[in-house]
Design a protein around this ligand. Structure first.
Ligand code: ZN
Length: 319
């Protein structure tokens, strides 16, 4: 390498203290640079210079912006390609690639969007729906397939611990896997919804917390999770379960059977044991039996129709 100032080819590498100002912020660090032996000026060395500027960007992003790792993990959370994700946040794919490789600092617009997506996941819905015309039909369908809007809405709802959620934050992966556990073999929806109630309330009785964070309400058929229709439909749409309605003598029977493998890792051992205990307890109960059984619970008797059921009643549970 040749010194631009004096033309000498004799150079050496030494640690150099960098003192950058990026977007008005001071960034200081030490890294190797190349110098001229004769005149001691900095000599251009693409590899070392690149490393130094990457280091500066990395430090700035860590301190004031957003790290490349957070951007990648945000995109991977939704299983999106760089192509689709860049379209969603509104930048060129090249720009996103450069952010993800740590070659540049996200500009303020993208920074705000990316940070909102991390802190308020339902921003994703707003972004997609308000820019719908930017996507082709195929792209839009792909996005809708990958992103679970319902789960995002649930996730976004601010968590306020209360006696109605068992002082536990809603965890959709636990909800889904609990459903898979109870639908291990074909089960009537009515029975499954009751079993969920028993699992959450029994766990609360033993620990003072619910498993899923679901709220339950009283309807004719007993206690059911709030938004249960939405939850079951979501499971069916995402191919976690088979959901079939069968007709017999003018009666509808709603059957559920799991399609996806159960991921027991989302539960603690105690949570999983509680689910198994409930499942075992009601093994030989048909839908009517469990409805009847749940109607004799204080949780049911002392709650008004269509009102939420307090987890306080867990202590009076009959199982
Ligand atoms: Zn020189």
């Amino acid at each position: 390498m040749r010194c631009d100032i004096c033309g000498s080819y004799e150079t050496y590498i030494k640690e150099y203290k960098h003192d950058y100002t990026i977007k008005g912020k001071k960034i200081e660090f030490v890294s190797d640079r190349r110098f001229c032996k004769k005149c001691n000026n900095l000599v251009y060395d693409s590899k070392l210079d690149n490393e130094a500027s990457k280091k500066a960007i990395d430090l700035y992003n860590k301190e004031y912006g957003i790290t490349k790792e957070s951007i990648v993990s945000l995109r991977e959370k939704y299983n999106l390609s760089q192509e689709l994700f860049s379209k969603i946040i509104g930048c060129a794919k090249k720009t996103l690639v450069s952010y993800e490789n740590g070659n540049s600092i996200p500009n303020d617009n993208y920074l705000i969007i990316i940070k909102s997506l991390i802190n308020k996941p339902d921003t994703m819905i707003t972004l997609i729906e308000s820019n719908k015309d930017k996507f082709t039909k195929t792209e839009y369908d792909k996005i809708k397939n990958k992103i679970d809007f319902n789960a995002l809405t649930f996730e976004a709802n601010e968590f306020i611990p209360s006696k109605y959620n068992g002082y536990t934050k809603l965890d959709m992966s636990k909800v889904y896997n609990m459903i898979l556990c109870f639908a291990d073999s074909k089960v009537l929806k009515t029975k499954l919804l009751k079993e969920m109630f028993y699992a959450d309330f029994l766990y609360y009785k033993n620990t003072g917390a619910s498993i899923t964070g679901l709220e339950y309400a009283k309807i004719n058929y007993g206690p059911v999770p709030e938004n249960y229709e939405k939850i079951i439909n979501e499971c069916s749409k995402n191919k976690l379960i088979d959901y079939k309605i069968e007709f017999k003598n003018e009666y509808e029977s709603h059957y559920i059977k799991r399609k996806e493998k159960i991921d027991t890792n989302v539960f603690t051992k105690e949570e999983y044991d509680t689910i198994c205990k409930v499942k075992h307890f009601f093994e030989n109960y048909n839908s009517n039996d469990i409805v009847k059984y749940s109607h004799s619970e204080k949780a049911f008797i002392n709650t008004d129709f269509y009102k939420k059921i307090s987890y306080d009643y867990a202590f009076d549970l009959k199982i």
